[in-house]
Each structure stands twice: as structure tokens, then as C-alpha cells.
Design a protein around this ligand. Structure first.
Ligand SMILES: Nc1nc2c(c(CN[C@H]3C=C[C@H](O)[C@@H]3O)cn2[C@@H]2O[C@H](COP(=O)(O)O)[C@@H](O)[C@H]2O)c(=O)[nH]1
Length: 366
């Protein structure tokens, strides 16, 4: 549809509203789930297997019960901050500004890794370890004033913060510096340099906080054109995982209190789709299956990548609904299911039991 043609969807909504049949709720929506369902309905290279989703729902629920998965599980990870104050919000914001693209095709012993507390950390944990190490070394890496200081916060500084114990540098360092610089400027201009003011501005709504991050920060605006649809598909992975990390860290209290936290969807990354494939929930067309197994890079924003990301979000939504159908009393949402599946695929990876490689796309979105 060209831009000058009437938006029939919008006209229908307005007509219903004028006829008093529709109360436009003031509660904000992110639109992520609507976009994910659209991608699922229009995917030909990724499909969901309903029988496997049903079986996975039962297995995931019982495992989560067994492991007593709850928001408190977040703080149990040794590298996550155990303070619960404004500096913790700044830490999580910094972490989720940079929470993308750690994957490497080098052998395990040669891939980018951070040495910290006598251990070698890779992937997402290399990010958390590097931030903790920087703070231990007196580098104010979670301070937005620092991010704006072009003398102090340089590419060289980031090379130091993210120095590897192997020859491989952290991927996309220049893009990471750009994210910090932009976030520092936006926080200075609109939020008195304080990430916790973002939470205050959202006034207790998780969806409002996600929308505010996508509106004010280009580096959180994880939105993409899909198959000619006029409205972009909003995936907003790092904006959503920021809200989820704050909610889990503060266990739904204080900075973590959101009345609509269940509106947050699965985080469309490169790990959980891999887990869903292993559970038989996701199936790929032969050309996509071959490309993923051959570890070919999938172009960022391409149809295959968007089908993988959108169908994964929709798949977790169906699993969540099935768990709630089987166990109406279950305290479960897409966040906890997602966290559980990420942690599980990481355990399978360390045991060398992945059934397919994760897909390879280089981007700042995940
Ligand atoms: N969907 C989803 N994606 C997640 C996470 C996490 C870590 N969250 C912690 C907090 C609570 C949980 O219990 C986890 O312990 C990282 N990622 C993403 O994965 C990729 C990193 O993969 P690898 O290079 O293999 O570490 C990268 O895109 C990163 O953004 C998650 O939870 N869900």
C-alpha cells in the first residue's frame, strides 16, 4: 500500500470508536506480539509444530517447577549484581545497551573470552564479567557522563574494558561505543543523566518503558520491514530484556514493579530459537536448515532472520498459553519461560548436546 492510500485498518478502528463500540484503552501496547503473529502467519521457511509445542509446554513447566524458576533466579547468577539500588539500574541499563552479538566461529579455545574471578567467560557472560571487572578497576563504565566524554570514553577504552584472554577481540566494539555515546546524549538531554528516570517516566508500565526506549533511543529501535508490510515489525529485544532484567533483579518491587509485566514477550535472540528447534517446536525449510547447519551468515533484516525471530516470539506465546491451559495456577510468563530456555540451551551447549547450531547474524539488535 502506498503512503497516500487510506489506512483501512485505522479507519475501521476509528469507525468502531465513533460508534462507541471500542474503548481505546489508555494502557499502552508494544505491538510486538501482533507483529510476531503476522510474521508467523506469513512465514514459509520457519514453521511451528503444534504437537511439539504442547509437549514442550508440559516439559518446560515441570522443569521450571523442579528448579523453582522465579524472578529470584536472576540474582542467583554469580556475575549479576546483588545490590538493589539505583546503581543496579545503571548496571543493567549499560548491560542491555551492549547485550548483543557475542558469537564467534573460532574454536572454543580461541574465541573472544574475558578472564575474571579466575574463570574464563564467553558469550553474554563475557559482557557481564567485563563490566564487573571494569568497575573493580575503577573505570566508571556504567556512568552515562563517562559515555559522553569523548576524551575518556574512546574505542581504546572499550578495547581495555573488553580485553580478551584470547587473540580475538569482542565483536562490534565500534558499534558498542556508538550505543553508549548515543545513550549518554539522550539521557543528558531528556532524563537528567539517570537511567532510573526512564523507569520513573514509564509510570509503572512495562509496555510504556519499552515504547519510550524505542522512541528515544535509536539503538533500542529493533524494528524491521517484513515482506512489504507497511507497518514495521517491532521485535524490540534489548528494550524488552532491559525491562525484564530490572523486573527480575528487583523481584517485581521498587524499580522492578510493573503492573503489566506479562505484556513483555520472549527476547528474539540467537539462542532461544536454537533451543526451540531442539524441542521440535520450530522447523526450518531445507534451504534455511542447510544454511544454519553450515553456519552461513544470515543477512540482518532479511526474511529468513525475521522469520526465525518472529516465529520464536509467537512460539513462546503459544507455549505460555498451553502452560496456563494445563496449569491455570502457574505463575509463569514469557520472560521466565525465555530465561529458562536460554539457561537450558547454555547447559546443553557446554555439554556439546545442541541439535543444531544457532543462526549467525551480525547486528546490534541481539
Ligand atoms: N532470549 C534470551 N536471550 C538472551 C538471554 C541472555 C541472558 N539472560 C540472563 C538473565 C536471566 C537469564 O536466566 C539469563 O541467565 C542473553 N541473551 C542473548 O543471547 C545471546 C547470547 O548468547 P551466548 O553468546 O550464547 O551467551 C545474545 O543475543 C544475548 O542478547 C536470555 O535470558 N534470553
Amino acid at each position: 500500500m502506498s503512503d497516500d492510500e487510506p489506512d483501512l485498518e485505522l479507519l475501521a478502528l476509528l469507525r468502531q470508536h465513533l460508534q462507541g463500540k471500542l474503548t481505546i484503552s489508555e494502557e499502552p501496547e508494544t505491538g510486538v506480539l501482533e507483529g510476531a503473529e503476522y510474521v508467523y502467519d506469513n512465514s514459509i521457511d520457519v514453521a511451528l509444530d503444534m504437537r511439539s509445542c504442547k509437549n514442550a509446554a508440559a516439559a518446560i513447566h515441570s522443569q521450571m517447577q523442579l528448579k523453582q524458576y522465579s524472578p529470584a533466579t536472576w540474582s542467583a547468577h554469580e556475575l549479576h549484581p546483588d545490590t538493589k539500588d539505583e546503581s543496579t539500574v545503571a548496571f543493567i541499563f549499560t548491560m542491555d545497551l551492549l547485550n548483543f552479538s557475542f558469537w564467534s566461529d573460532k574454536p572454543e579455545s580461541e574465541r573472544f573470552a574475558i578472564s575474571y574471578r579466575d574463570r574464563r567467560w564467553t558469550g553474554y557472560w563475557s559482557l557481564v564479567a567485563a563490566l564487573q571487572r571494569a568497575l573493580d578497576e575503577g573505570i566508571p563504565i556504567t556512568d552515562s557522563h563517562f559515555w559522553q566524554d569523548e576524551e575518556e570514553c574512546t574505542l581504546e577504552t572499550l578495547r581495555q574494558v573488553f580485553r580478551s584472554c584470547t587473540d580475538e577481540e569482542m565483536p562490534m566494539l565500534a558499534e558498542r561505543l556508538e550505543c553508549l555515546r548515543e545513550a549518554g546524549n539522550v539521557l543528558y538531554e531528556k532524563y537528567q543523566c539517570s537511567p532510573s528516570n526512564l523507569i520513573t517516566a514509564a509510570n509503572g508500565s512495562a509496555a510504556a518503558l519499552v515504547n519510550l526506549l524505542a522512541r528515544d533511543f535509536r539503538c533500542f529501535r529493533d524494528e524491521h520491514r517484513f515482506e512489504g508490510r507497511r507497518k514495521p515489525i517491532r521485535l524490540l529485544k534489548r528494550a524488552q530484556i532491559f525491562v525484564a532484567d530490572v523486573w527480575a533483579c528487583f523481584e517485581g518491587q521498587g524499580y522492578g514493579e510493573f503492573r503489566d509485566i506479562d505484556k513483555i514477550t520472549m527476547f528474539a535472540d540467537y539462542r532461544v530459537p536454537q533451543m526451540l528447534y531442539g524441542l521440535g517446536c520450530l522447523a526450518y525449510s531445507p534451504p534455511l536448515d542447510a544454511a544454519v547447519r553450515d553456519k552461513k551468515e544470515l543477512p540482518a533484516g532479511g526474511s529468513w532472520e525475521l522469520q526465525l525471530r518472529g516465529c520464536s516470539i509467537w512460539c513462546i506465546e503459544l507455549i505460555r498459553r498451553e502452560i496456563k491451559r494445563q496449569h491455570p495456577e502457574a505463575e509463569v510468563n514469557a520472560i521466565l519461560i525465555d530465561f529458562f530456555l536460554y539457561d537450558t540451551i547454555k547447559q546443553l551447549e557446554s555439554a556439546g548436546q545442541e541439535s543444531i547450531p544457532h543462526h549467525r547474524t551480525r547486528s546490534i539488535w541481539y
